[in-house]
Design a protein around this ligand. Structure first.
Ligand SMILES: Nc1ncnc2c1ncn2[C@@H]1O[C@H](COP(=O)(O)OP(=O)(O)O)[C@@H](O)[C@H]1O
Ligand SMILES: [Mg+2]
Length: 234
């Protein structure tokens, strides 16, 4: 497995949120993390990326323990997060937002460069000098994904990437993510509509109150509407 979480517990101060969450992602896999609001999905992603490190349990990436490492070290190993709410720098230009995320990957085969990201998201190429705050929601999301790609990830985590976007922009972004998956990039996707995206997700984990309550492949989830009714319908 590329990523393995075992019995991860996490909290904000005194408030415990994850109670022994275990999940994994294989190389080149597309994994969906699903569950109602407030169940701990984002908290799990913050634990993986070191932004809110786990209180106990273990997280391994490419065989190496990463729980306890600083966020920049986890990023350097190849874990990238396009965070919930996008969090781009509104006062920096598109180009600046991208360049500041660039990793030093000399010697890496086919690294992501500014030009490659701009070719991948042509809408951004037309707006390289615009401030992040001047972009539409969809463009901001493309920028958040582009910034994540600039670190040359082996695992890309997308937390509510299409939240609040118009359906046509959403489709556009799904199309780009599918291209990344087809190129073999492993992905964790948190999104309410992820099942509608053909060819993106092969396995699902459902989180409830800080633990995984169901996991299975995409076909099994499709064939078991009761799972959806039980854990996902509000
Ligand atoms: N920064 C924070 N401080 C305190 N509690 C938080 C913070 N962020 C999230 N929580 C709480 O942790 C729980 C899980 O939140 P979260 O991981 O964001 O859920 P999800 O992403 O599944 O919607 C919720 O009860 C939420 O209110
Ligand atoms: Mg969330």
């Amino acid at each position: 497995m590329l990523l393995e979480l075992e019995n991860v517990e996490a909290a904000y101060g005194q408030s415990r949120v994850l109670f022994g969450l275990s999940m994994n992602v294989g190389a080149s896999e597309g994994v969906a993390v699903m569950g109602r609001n407030g169940m701990g999905k984002t908290t799990a992603m913050l634990a993986i990326t070191g932004l809110n490190p786990p209180r106990s349990g273990s997280i391994r990436f490419a065989g190496e323990r990463i729980d306890g490492l600083a966020p920049h070290r986890i990023a350097r190993l190849g874990v990238a997060l396009a965070p919930e709410g996008r969090r781009i720098f509104r006062n920096l230009t598109v180009r600046e937002n991208l360049v500041m995320a660039a990793a030093d990957r000399r010697g890496e085969r086919d690294p992501w460069t500014l030009d490659r990201v701009l070719a991948f998201f042509p809408r951004l190429a037309e707006r390289t000098s615009h401030g992040g705050g001047q972009l539409s929601g969809g463009e901001q999301q493309m920028l958040a994904i582009g910034r994540a790609l600039m670190t040359n990830p082996r695992l890309l985590i997308l937390d509510e990437a299409t939240e609040g976007l118009a359906p046509i922009i959403r489709q556009d972004i799904w199309g780009r993510l599918r291209a990344l998956r087809e190129a073999g990039l492993a992905m964790i996707v948190i999104d309410k509509e992820v099942d509608s995206v053909e060819g993106l997700i092969n396995r699902h984990f459902i989180v409830e109150k800080g633990v995984v309550v169901w996991s299975g492949d995409a076909q099994t989830l499709r064939e078991n509407p009761n799972v959806r009714d039980r854990y996902l319908v509000l």
